[in-house]
Ligand binder design. Structure first.
Ligand SMILES: Nc1ncnc2c1ncn2[C@@H]1O[C@H](COP(=O)(O)OP(=O)(O)OP(=O)(O)O)[C@@H](O)[C@H]1O
Length: 573
């Protein structure tokens, strides 16, 4: 007869016994023909006495703070067996002895002891003995290395000393708080590394999984702290660490493309910064070229390209040569300016990173929409259709001219007519976003005219030459710049043939259908514009099928009016 504890009305269910019970069906499936043994186990694990015993055992542990010894269950069963074997005449005792001597039960108790006593944490060896007083400056760092990289880069100093060059924010080394920039690495898991090349050290590290012991001389410099800086920048160039020849460790690099917004977390190193892509939830930062380094690299690249180009051509050419044509008189209202102010190119200006901030939409203050691209790509067609989608909401800018007013003209209708001297003075004062001279008269877009459209609570639409962007991309105007890109030549031919598209920038007075050469020229010129100005664009829109492009454009403009967008940080101050 099993012992009955009358005081206990409800038998507590033991969680471990329950777990074993739920595992029984899978055991049964794996042991065909052993159903009777599994049935016995099931009965045993369900027995109220077992649950009560385990309950009492847990209580005792709680009260006495006892620790379970490695063979607690097995030795307890053996003790019970020894204590009761003299009372074999008793039927119950006999039955219990039979149960206790069954191999299934003993195996079960053995497993129980194994599972409850196993240390699931990785084992770290004790500190080596005999680190003498003189070596007090040595620190032993123990980390558990998983598949995640250590998140630190190394460099070889003079005399072959290996030093921690940088600790990547959020990486394993950074999170440990034990490894700092400037620490000298002497040994990795007992293997001396001094005199080795960084690649060899990386190789040793990459082969280790589990515990890794580093013997280091701490840096004399104080760690710079793990506080991240808050800078967000827009990348103005593409970067692929795998293709970069200067990066100290390609695996630690962060790949990005032009237009990506990056969170710069450290600028401690003047050549390689640390950054995360904005919104990236990954922990570890990656290294990217600093502004200074990128400027140097780009200048070298440009110089090499120029030398190559000069070699290829008999006369020296600029890779950026571009001169917009003077449009026909009929088109003056639309695209009249031969931009002359800023020269052809600002070769000293190297796009790297632009510090940005999210600009929140303000009620009744609309950002002007600038459509830029090669002549003939469709800027004016798109502007017309966008305006037609909501005529009261969009507005174009009235140009100024020094041309004498004609008898049938009204000042302020087609143009604002002003004396040439006044116009020249304001051009010098940079109050014209763009201007040009045609047949001896000046024409231009005055910045005040743009501001007056903004003040009228309208969306100002403009199609300036990219050279004008420098003067228009200001906190005062806050434009949103959309680059209109041509599709492939095949698509350009197909779509323009359907609409009987007309070339409006030809030097003759008649507009005519585009020739293949003219379409090729649009593509060619677009490539040059992209190369030169793409860092100023907020968005690229391919003008393939007209209706699709117009629909997309309306959606983009709507999002500019409703959603916060990244703008240069100076526009928010
Ligand atoms: N996606 C398109 N599909 C078919 N035809 C188009 C498309 N976009 C523009 N066009 C046509 O191409 C021609 C040139 O377009 P548009 O005048 O808008 O060019 P642009 O970029 O303003 O250059 P320009 O200042 O020289 O006129 C027009 O006849 C226009 O209707």
């Amino acid at each position: 007869m099993p012992v009955t504890l009358h005081l206990l009305t409800k038998v507590p269910s033991d969680p471990d016994a329950q777990k074993l019970l739920t595992a029984l069906p899978s055991l049964e499936a794996r042991l065909p023909g052993k159903e009777h043994a599994v049935a016995f186990l099931r009965r045993f694990l369900r027995s109220k006495d077992l649950h009560r015993t385990l309950h009492t055992y847990r209580k005792l542990l709680d009260v006495a703070g006892m620790r379970v010894s490695a063979d607690f269950a097995v030795s307890q069963a053996a003790d019970v067996f020894c204590s009761i074997r003299y009372l074999q005449d008793d039927k119950t005792v006999k039955e219990l002895m039979k149960i206790l001597s069954r191999p299934h039960l003993q195996a079960l108790l053995y497993c129980y002891d194994k599972v409850t006593n196993h240390d699931y944490e990785p084992r770290i060896e004790p500190l080596p003995l005999g680190v003498d007083e003189d070596e007090a400056a040595i620190k032993i760092v123990r980390l558990i290395k998983t598949n995640e990289p250590l998140g630190a880069t190394i460099a070889v100093k003079e005399e072959g000393i290996i030093e921690v060059a940088r600790v990547l924010h959020g990486g394993a080394a950074d999170r440990s708080g034990l490894i700092n920039v400037g620490d000298e690495v002497h040994e990795i898991n007992g293997v001396g590394v001094q005199g080795l090349q960084p690649d060899e050290v990386v190789d040793i590290l990459s082969r280790i999984t589990g515990p890794v012991t580093l013997k280091l001389t701490p840096s004399v410099k104080l760690p710079s702290g793990t506080r991240e800086c808050k800078t967000r920048v827009k990348a103005l160039f593409d970067f692929n660490p795998q293709e970069d020849e200067m990066i100290p460790c390609p695996e630690a690099g962060l790949q990005f493309t032009q237009g990506d917004v990056l969170h710069i977390v450290s600028q401690d190193d003047t050549t390689w910064w640390q950054a995360r892509r904005h919104g990236d939830t990954k922990n570890r930062a990656g290294i990217i070229p600093s502004k200074q380094l990128q400027e140097r690299k780009e200048m070298i690249r440009r110089l090499a390209a120029k030398v190559e180009a000069e070699k290829a051509e008999s006369r020296p050419i600029s890779p950026c040569q571009y001169s917009p044509r003077i449009p026909r008189q009929k088109r003056l209202r639309k695209t009249m300016y031969h931009a002359i102010q800023n020269g052809e190119y600002d070769t000293e200006e190297v796009p790297t990173y632009e510090e940005v901030e999210l600009y929140k939409v303000r009620p009744n203050r609309f950002r002007p929409i600038l459509l830029v691209g090669a002549p003939g790509v469709g800027r004016n067609e798109l502007k017309r259709r966008l305006k037609a989608s909501n005529p009261g909401h969009f507005e174009e800018v009235l140009p100024h001219t020094s041309r004498p007013i004609r008898p049938f003209e009204v000042d302020g209708k087609e143009y604002r007519f002003i004396p040439r001297d006044d116009m020249e003075a304001e051009i010098l004062a940079q109050r014209y976003a763009e201007y040009g001279e045609y047949k001896g008269n000046l024409y231009g877009i005055h910045i005040d005219s743009i501001l007056s459209v903004i003040q009228d609570k309208k969306v100002c639409l403009l199609t300036p030459h990219p050279q004008a962007l420098k003067l228009m991309r200001t906190s005062e105007i806050k434009p949103y710049i959309i680059y209109i890109k041509p599709p492939s030549l095949e698509r350009l031919q197909a779509t323009r043939a359907i609409s009987l598209a007309r070339c409006t920038s030809s030097d003759t007075d008649d507009t005519k259908l585009f020739t293949t050469e003219e379409l090729e020229e649009i593509i060619e010129l677009s490539k040059k514009l992209e190369e030169r100005y793409s860092h100023l664009f907020d968005l690229t829109l391919v003008n393939d099928k007209l209706m699709d492009t117009v629909r997309e454009l309306i959606a983009i403009v709507d999002s500019v009016e409703k959603e916060a967008k990244w703008v240069p940080v100076s526009w928010c101050q």
